[in-house]
Design a protein around this ligand. Sequence first.
Ligand SMILES: Cc1ncc(C[n+]2csc(CCOP(=O)(O)OP(=O)(O)O)c2C)c(N)n1
Ligand SMILES: [Mg+2]
Length: 409
Amino acid sequence: MDQHVSQATAPANGGTAEENRTDARVRQASTGFGISVEDYLLPTRGRIQMLGHDGSVLPVNEQGIAPGHNYPVPEDERLLRAYEQLVLGRRINDQNAALVRQGRMAVYPSSHGQEACQVAAAFALEKRDWLFPTYRDTVAVIARGVDPNQVMTSFRGEWHQGYDPLEHNTSVEATPLTTQLLHAVGVAHAARLRGEDTVVLAMCGDGATSEGDFHEALNFAAVFHLPVIFFVQNNGYAISVPLSAQSAAPSLAHKAVGYGMAGERVDGNDLMALLAVLDRAVSIAREGSGPLLIEAETYRMQAHTNADDDTRYRQSDEVAQWVERDPVIRMRAYLDERGLLTEAEQTRIAELAEETAKDLRDAMNADVQTDPLELFRHVFVEQTPQLKEQEAKLADELAREAEQTEETR
Ligand SMILES: Cc1ncc(C[n+]2csc(CCOP(=O)(O)OP(=O)(O)O)c2C)c(N)n1
Ligand SMILES: [Mg+2]
């Protein structure tokens, strides 16, 4: 463990006003590096990138890494497993977009182009940790082990999320922006009170960093030193609002310093760098020196959802520039170069992706059997008299409808 994550010490009393304003553990860590508190908390200049666009590993002095920080290249076996999830994630994104166009799903916010962030978020965590995703993080939820068909339940218009958050320590995909950050902080606080070493990774977008709940979550987490990683996928847009109209901060990672937490920027299309940066963040948080804010710079390659026409607010040449930075192609180039991706392995992964897409098509093409009476369940532990009355009315109506259908047969 490097000095950066050295054990927390109790806040000092009796120091100068300036010293007391800065948390003792932050001061201790910055002194260890021989740098100022601000330099310690501020993100590195530029962003951390390990893989070049051609898939080659950049020389360490060109990776944008701050002095004293160490980001080892993740092991081959892990990179291969992560690559498999990247390919799967891309196929799932594109299959779902097609299913929406065919009217088989109500909506699907695609993470096409952001798959490296999705996979890294899931891979950085242990099973016992918690993930708090948003509506755009379906691929992360699947990489965490949730059945793809179950994850799609709410996107086809059913009232529930389709999976049990407790089974995979993965919360529901939050649609109200940044509510999940507060829930994540609460779970981290509870884990800490219980003496568990759980780490919580909470995802949000660039636009979400303007929400009031974002501030409250970060402030609370920092004051209580909670083991939370706020993982911001900056994909350039909040629906039609570009980042330049969203925030005047030098970068979203810079927002961390105001809360007294460290921020870091990373190339969000570089799976290797994402894994390295998130691994380090998880170990810092687990050790008790969190929280942290990680900004991944990426790009939303498709429209916000099927309800959006992105040609009305951005030029196609802007999108085209990001095709060259595709995270799947970049990782494949690296694995190819290292001789890790045999033809047999490529075929196996491609077949697995096709199988998953077929399962999704089959599941979404089957008509949903809904029970309208489910509307009344899971709302109150003790049903209110009004709801009881309404439920009985609906049950009666349904029974009469069923009788009529039977008679006309
Ligand atoms: C509290 C709240 N306000 C507004 C919305 C409407 N809304 C849905 S997505 C979105 C944009 C979010 O952009 P960003 O955080 O960058 O995430 P992205 O969709 O790019 O992943 C908005 C404003 C919402 N869902 N919740
Ligand atoms: Mg966005």
